[in-house]
Structure formats: C-alpha cells, structure tokens
Design a protein around this ligand. Structure first.
Ligand code: FES
Length: 84
C-alpha cells in the first residue's frame, strides 16, 4: 500500500533573507503545530535554501502552493486551513 501519496508537503525557505524576516519564527510555529496535532506521520516537512524569491519572502509552500510574505501571525490559520 502506498501511503506517501496522501502526505501533505510543506517546504520552508531557510535562506538568510527569508529566515531573518519571518521564517525563523514561522518554522517554530509549524513545528509546534505539527507536534500538537500529531501530524508527523502524514507530513513531509523540509527546509530549503534560497531560491531567489527573496523580495517576496518570507516564502513557504504547502502542497505545491507557494505563499509569499508569510508573517508569523498568519501561519497557524494557514495550517488549520490546509492540514486539518
Ligand atoms: S532567502 Fe528565501 S527566497 Fe531567498
């Protein structure tokens, strides 16, 4: 049985621009959310290096949809909508 197909995918930019402008905090929020909601099994969560979207950062993607200028106060709502 293939279970990977149903996995949600989160990618967060850990390049220095995104990281210092919000993704350091966003990363912590995502990690806490995943832990609190026991989402680890069904989640493929990885960081990546800068891919030159810095001027629209901090960037992250959920299930291949790119979100730009993501501020920490927006992250939990986004996760609730996409993962729960
Ligand atoms: S640091 Fe995130 S796109 Fe450049």
């Amino acid at each position: 049985m293939e279970t990977n197909q149903s996995k949600h995918k989160i990618r967060i930019c850990l390049g220095s621009s995104c990281y210092t402008r919000g993704n350091a905090e966003n990363l912590k929020i995502i990690q806490s959310f995943v832990e609190e909601n026991n989402l680890n099994v069904n989640l493929d969560f990885r960081g990546h290096l800068c891919h030159e979207d810095c001027n629209r950062g901090p960037v992250l993607s959920i299930d291949e949809v790119l979100y730009e200028e993501v501020q920490p106060f927006q992250v939990e709502k986004l996760l609730q909508e996409k993962l729960i």
